[in-house]
Write a protein that binds this ligand. Structure first.
Ligand code: NAD
Length: 366
């Protein structure tokens, strides 16, 4: 067995059906009395329902969360938090809303309860991405890790099939990269393989019947495991490319992960054979990359960058940015190979691992 270092993150997780009913107890357990509830404009109704449910423990609702956590929105939310004299936040929603809660915690150090309604996994990580003057930057800080996560399966029943598919593939991307992470360890590897298997089984059932509560429970639990992997170990090429495509080309987050994952997996297959064997086993496929591509197809999810708004003329620039200050990756990153990978993803070609060389030709990462 390889030597390893494992850092466990503190987490209190309440998981089940109808657990929204336990949020008031969780607020009191934190020693708090006035929670500011955060949501997107689209989920304001859910946030208001939670506010009336917890009664006097709700200071108010701020329903202004948007994608990529712009600093201006965080400042508005903090102004509201101060006006209302709130002493904690409750983020009810997907990664965008949870990102706002984290940005507030970074500046105020107030405790947070996260109530995730997608599979993005942000609630289990000490990572915060923020946008200022059109630039997205990411940081890790223990201050942004939510103190409590409340998973209520019922809140995911309304997640549309399209977002269910792409958000689920976004979660899987955390687990796939955890398996070949530089700091991979037995705990995250076990979690990752199990989570990929659970999601691969649950997502097709949900797309068939979005109100399948048992499948929703499996997917949400799998997403927690994937988020835990993301929070515990470093990510590699796949996350780097998605960051470039989201940050510099404005591509949608979960869809970008869905399109890129099979291609990044194919790129790394020969350099991380054990990890890829785990992925393939979890997918019940013969090849990890093709298994992921086929799963996205079965889910009716987008499989090409063209479909999700990438301009073909931007592929050269994307390849240039992706090789600048690259993340650690099991296979060294070479610009021409990345450009070819992006073209495959743009065209939505089924990845063929045989086309990727087993020995690296050029090294730019450390
Ligand atoms: P999102 O939070 O932007 O949600 C997308 C849309 O779906 C929103 O309109 C939202 O209101 C709606 N929605 C969410 N849950 C719903 C439900 N159950 N029913 C109906 N509608 C629902 O999407 P996301 O993919 O969860 O989050 C993406 C953001 O999260 C990105 O900015 C990404 O960078 C960030 N993220 C951060 C981390 C991290 O660790 N820091 C991890 C993953 C994602």
């Amino acid at each position: 067995m390889r030597p390893f270092v494992y850092n466990a993150l503190p987490a209190r997780v309440v998981f089940g059906v109808g657990t929204i009913g336990q949020v008031a107890d969780e607020v009191r357990r934190l020693g708090c009395r006035r929670a500011l509830i955060l949501s997107t404009p689209q989920q304001q109704g859910e946030a208001e329902r939670l506010a009336s449910h917890i009664g006097d423990l709700a200071a108010g609702v701020f329903a202004g969360a948007v994608m990529h956590t712009p600093v201006e929105v965080t400042e508005q939310a903090i102004a509201r938090l101060r006006d209302l004299g709130a002493d904690c936040t409750i983020a009810l929603g997907g990664g965008s809303t949870i990102g706002l809660g984290k940005a507030i915690a970074l500046r105020s150090d107030l405790p947070q309860i996260a109530i995730p309604t997608t599979y993005a996994g942000s609630e289990a990580t000490p990572i915060l991405g923020e946008t200022e003057n059109g630039r997205k930057t990411t940081q890790r800080s223990p201050r942004v890790l939510p103190e409590v996560i409340v998973y209520d399966v019922d809140l995911t029943l309304t997640l549309p099939p399209g977002l269910t598919a792409t958000s689920g593939m976004n979660a899987m991307a955390h687990a796939v990269e955890a398996l070949y992470a530089q700091d991979a360890n037995p705990v995250t590897s076990l979690l990752a393989e199990q989570a990929i298997g659970i999601l691969a089984q649950a997502l097709p059932r949900i797309v068939q019947n979005p109100r399948d509560r048992a499948a929703r429970a499996d997917a949400l639990c799998g997403a927690w495991a994937c988020g835990t992997c993301l929070g515990s170990v470093g990510m590699a090429l796949h996350h780097k490319i998605c960051h470039v495509l989201g940050g510099s080309f404005g591509l949608p987050h979960a869809e970008t992960h869905t399109v890129m994952l099979p291609h990044a997996t194919a790129f790394n297959t020969a350099s991380a054979p054990e990890a890829m064997a785990c992925v393939a086993r979890a997918l019940a496929a013969t090849d990890a990359a093709q298994g992921l591509f086929d799963l996205a197809g079965e889910l009716g999810a987008p499989r090409s960058l063209r479909e999700i708004g990438m301009p073909e003329g931007g592929l050269d620039e994307a390849a240039d940015i992706a090789v600048m200050s690259p993340y650690w990756n099991p296979r060294p990153i070479e610009r021409n190979a990345i450009r070819a990978l992006l073209q495959d993803a743009y065209d939505g070609r089924r990845p063929d691992t045989a086309f990727y060389p087993t020995t690296p030709t050029e090294t730019v990462n450390v």
